[in-house]
Design a protein around this ligand. Structure first.
Ligand SMILES: C[S@@+](CC[C@H](N)C(=O)[O-])C[C@H]1O[C@@H](n2cnc3c(N)ncnc32)[C@H](O)[C@@H]1O
Length: 231
């Protein structure tokens, strides 16, 4: 894997910032009809319940925080909340979203490339949503080492990501495959190549065990996997 694709991935999310949420809310090119939307949001709710049950608390770190779709939930649980993302554009939207909800305190935002970022403190709880699938297998071990370095000894990590489901992506994207890369389009048709790994929950759990992590990786019926792990 070249570093060019990682830069293209960052640029894709910077350019996509204002239209990012259309994916989550199943709008525009992601609109697959009402039954699909209902199924999607019932599975989002399942993940939100699992996140609540994982009892996030204390000093929370969110990696690749995006526009705040998950930051807004973490904010309810945190004593302090730090959000890291490479895109200033999504951080701006995250701030807007969090300011408009009843956030009790300020969130520390860090604009950084996670593949070149060293945490300056340790956290009780680390969360990342739809990020692990963008970590190329060549960088998987190093990424989890960064997570280890950022975690307090009794801390835990929750992640949510995509299962392989062709209906998750936009209706004008090329058919999903398991090659590890995806071609993505913006609404104006501009095309990018990014890393996209569809992990299998059981295999992911085993890979994490080999790196010293314990815990579980679950899947919802159609769209998502979520894991809760600790050292
Ligand atoms: C699929 S989005 C997920 C956003 C958010 N976690 C969510 O679930 O809505 C991936 C995020 O990773 C960020 N990103 C991409 N490459 C990055 C990198 N090298 N370092 C830090 N963040 C990166 C993007 O800016 C984007 O916000």
């Amino acid at each position: 894997m070249t570093t060019d694709i990682l830069q293209e991935q960052i640029q894709y999310y910077r350019d996509r910032a204002s239209e990012y949420d259309e994916w989550f809310f199943r709008q525009g090119r992601y609109d697959r009809g009402e039954p699909h939307r209902q199924l999607w949001f019932s599975e989002v709710a399942d993940v939100e319940v699992a996140l609540g049950e994982s009892k996030p608390s204390g000093d929370i770190l969110e990696l690749a925080s995006g526009t705040g779709l998950w930051t807004q939930h973490l904010a309810d649980f945190a004593t302090t909340l730090t959000a890291v993302d490479a895109s200033p554009e999504v951080i701006a939207l995250n701030k807007q979203r969090l300011n408009s909800t009843s956030s009790k305190y300020s969130i520390k935002y860090i604009i950084a490339d996670l593949f070149n970022w060293t945490p300056s403190q340790q956290y009780d709880f680390i969360f990342f949503g739809f990020w692990l699938s963008h970590v190329h297998p060549d960088r998987f071990t190093d990424f989890w080492q960064t997570v280890k370095n950022a975690l307090k000894p009794d801390g835990c990590v929750f992640f949510v990501d995509s299962l392989f489901n062709p209906e998750s992506t936009a209706n004008n994207h090329t058919k999903l495959d398991r090659q590890g890369y995806s071609e993505r389009k913006l609404n104006d048709g501009k095309t990018y190549r990014i890393v996209k790994i569809f992990h299998e929950p059981l295999q992911l759990k085993e890979s994490l065990q080999q790196l010293g992590w314990s815990g579980n990786v679950h899947s919802t019926t159609n769209f998502f996997l979520h894991g809760l792990v600790h050292l």
